[in-house]
Design a protein around this ligand. Sequence first.
Ligand code: GDP
Length: 479
Amino acid sequence: EEIRVYEFAEMINKQPSEIISKLFMLGMLTTKNDFLDKDAIEILADEFGIEVETVNAQEEFDYVKAYDDDDEGELQERAPVITIMGHVDHGKTSLLDYIRSSRVVHGESGGITQHVGAYMVHKNNKNITFIDTPGHEAFTQMRARGAEVTDIVIIVVAADDGVKPQTKEAIEHAKAADVPIIIAINKMDKEAANPDMVKTQLSDLGIMPTEWGGSHEFVGVSAHTGQGIEELLEIILLQAEILELEANPTRDAKAVVIESSLEKGRGPVATIVVQNGTLRVGDTVVAGVAYGKVRALLDHAGKAITSIKPGEPGVIVGLSEVAEAGEKLVKVESDKAAREYAQKRHDYLRQKELSRSTKVTLDELSQRIAEGEIKDLPVIIKADVQGSLEAIKGSLAKLRNDETKVNVIHAGIGGVTESDVALASASENCIILGFHIRPTGTVKEKAKNLGVEIKTYNIIYDLIDDVKGVLSGMMAPII
Ligand code: GDP
């Protein structure tokens, strides 16, 4: 229901000024940033001869409010949630496996040792939750769905291989999400290990170790020998302390789905991480289009538990269907409410699907920039060779003025990848600019689905000219 004048204008392909003057004639004074209430929307719909169906699933879905409206006195420290990212073969999986097998108390297994997507370990009487799907694909996908579950990112760099393209990507993803980074220099057991090389390379990227006067913690580790792992866990706890992660365990649960699947004999199961409140067996919950009564809760080892606290992971049995990763899961009052929310969510997703292909185009951006809504144009640049990439970056940097600038959130050599598209989709209004490259069919398809625009060029001047055109909107008079 919460929709601003300019958003409404956009939806029905009108200028905000038309909406404002229409409302003015009806005796309502508004600006383009004001919210329209339900009545105003209905009146406008009538005036413009359009049909509106208000879908407010998103807002109602978020009815379990964020941490900040909890009473100070009810807040308690919660476990940090960690995601491990880094270049392929640098040891993400090995590190996650080592931590899991070394820290999980033996004999507590309920017979199931399969991977469920998240686990928790104990260290110094505290808990640490690890998302057990390494890599930034999952991380970005979750973020694109608005699920910011990760508190700290560990970037693994192999001591014998150094910084690689996916290391840089991982850093960009963590930075875009504004999540603190800890560097784990892995494979320290190897003859060719060269941690100083890794430190130098990362410092060049602005990630400097504290020992060199920077602000990032670096730990040398080995997923084979276990060297440095305890230190890594201690550093995680220190970082968590600095973040002052708190939640209110006394309220109704709000969680995020990490993974979900259909299990023989159990039906749909979902691995979740609780963000606030406590989730209990018997709670009625809804997660996107899936809903149901929590029949059982399991820990990562398959052992039955009765509740899950903030920051902690677990597996839910009892949902009506497989829930999408990244969906929010909340406790609701009744089965009836759960069904209703699930239905609304279904309608909302369908509507979003319909409007996706028009999420953001250069023209629209230009318009929104002209209206003063955007001051910063985020772009991802991909080019065939380093020389062109540098030339484009240089020219785009020159386009900035006091009011506006191009914000290059990622630049790289090579074709547009699915990861680029995911990153663009997670960053509002971001477009992808390609030079002398063509996206593949799969990438184009993904871009279309996520509503990301990819523009490709063969002449640098054309690229710059287009961006200049978009930016010039920023200096145009505001309606
Ligand atoms: P991922 O692709 O980042 O998940 O990397 P993996 O965990 O699959 O590891 C890639 C390869 O590096 C495997 O052959 C591992 O056995 C090896 N590896 C991982 N960690 C270490 C380590 O600390 N020391 C050594 N010597 N090898 C490692």
